[in-house]
Ligand binder design. Structure first.
Ligand code: MD6
Ligand code: FE
Length: 208
């Protein structure tokens, strides 16, 4: 595992090509089944109501949502009212390998990027605990990922995330600012109509 210290923060790991093509195809099939059950929704920014360019869904006991009232985790889909589908075993296993000190993940956010979608610089801090890392898996088109320090103004570094790559934000990098500048069209054949999926596994509630 490559630990990449950024701004002197340890705990950012980058595992290029962690999932090979066949594993990516299997995972994609699971995600399709989840999205058939829990359709992608378009979140909006709290207060302004401005829509995100990314569409989202979740699996796990809790899902991350954003609407006019704020960001939060909730056990049900905001439109169907149904519980989120289960986190696939392959992702549970990834979590046990890379976050062995933490109990099982409680949420897996599914982000879908169509052409032109991006994600502004942010911290993942809606969880009640920052003890566990956040683990991400990328599928489909390559994206430019930017990551900095714990202050928004800290210098950033960017690198490309390809289909099958895994990123871990743990330790001192758990609260590092990060975002997606752009998705590079036509860089993967995994998704028939192009685009990118990013999965982030999280622990939401405290543990000891
Ligand atoms: C993305 N990723 O790759 C957005 N968060 O589309 C994230 O926001 C992220 O990659 C926490 C940990 C790893 C990540
Ligand atoms: Fe994030």
């Amino acid at each position: 595992m490559q630990d990449i210290p950024i701004n002197g923060l340890s705990g950012l790991a980058y595992l290029p090509g962690h999932f090979g093509r066949e594993a990516q195809e299997d995972l994609l099939e699971r995600i399709r089944a989840i999205v058939a059950e829990a359709p992608l929704f378009q979140p909006v920014m709290p207060k302004t109501g401005k829509p995100f360019s990314v569409r989202m869904s979740n699996c796990g006991p809790l899902g991350w949502v954003s609407d006019i009232n704020g960001y939060r985790y909730q056990p049900t889909h905001p439109e169907t009212g149904k519980p989120w589908p289960e986190i696939p075993a392959v992702l549970q296993n990834l979590w046990s390998e890379l976050a062995s000190e933490a109990p099982e993940p409680e949420a897996c956010l599914i982000n879908f990027y169509d052409t032109g979608a991006k994600m502004g610089l942010h911290q993942d801090r809606d969880e009640q605990t920052f003890e566990a890392p956040v683990i991400s898996v990328s599928l489909g088109d390559t994206a430019t990922f930017r990551v900095g320090g714990v202050n928004r103004k800290d210098p950033t570094q960017s690198f490309r995330l390809q289909s099958g790559d895994v990123v871990v934000l743990g330790g001192k990098a758990r609260l590092a600012f990060h975002g997606i500048d752009r998705v590079l069209k036509g860089t993967s054949t995994l998704l028939k109509n192009g685009g990118r999926i990013n999965l982030t596994l999280r622990r939401v509630t405290p543990f000891d």
